[in-house]
Design a protein around this ligand. Structure first.
Ligand SMILES: [Zn+2]
Length: 111
């Protein structure tokens, strides 16, 4: 199954299969992150920087700031939604539940 993922409008939207699915300006709760010094960061998303597919997860790195401490940066890869294996439907995650950004270490491992 082919999934096309893009960011649109200078990072204001993440589109999956040509449908605008995930907007920025949402508050994400981040745990075990390297984003700032807060144990739980209240991260206000301001723009999608990179988007990718780690089948069946749709992932993105998002620029924004922690509204608790004011730190401003770009997150590691966050799972923003998931594609249904059966019918290809996209379902976004709930940003206000706790999310753990991940570095893609496996891609950096030499063969
Ligand atoms: Zn913070």
């Amino acid at each position: 199954m082919v999934v096309s993922v893009h960011q649109l409008d200078d990072g204001a939207w993440l589109s999956v299969n040509d449908s605008r699915e995930v907007p920025v300006s949402q508050l994400w709760l981040l745990a075990r992150h390297g984003f700032c010094g807060c144990e739980l960061a209240d991260f206000l998303a301001e723009g999608f920087v990179e988007v990718g597919v780690d089948w069946p997860d749709i992932e993105a790195r998002i620029a924004g700031q922690c509204v608790k401490c004011g730190a401003s940066s770009v997150t590691d890869w966050l799972t923003v939604g998931r594609v249904n294996r059966e019918n290809g439907d996209f379902r976004s995650v709930v940003p206000s539940s706790v999310h753990v950004p991940e570095r893609r270490t496996r891609l950096a491992t030499p063969e």
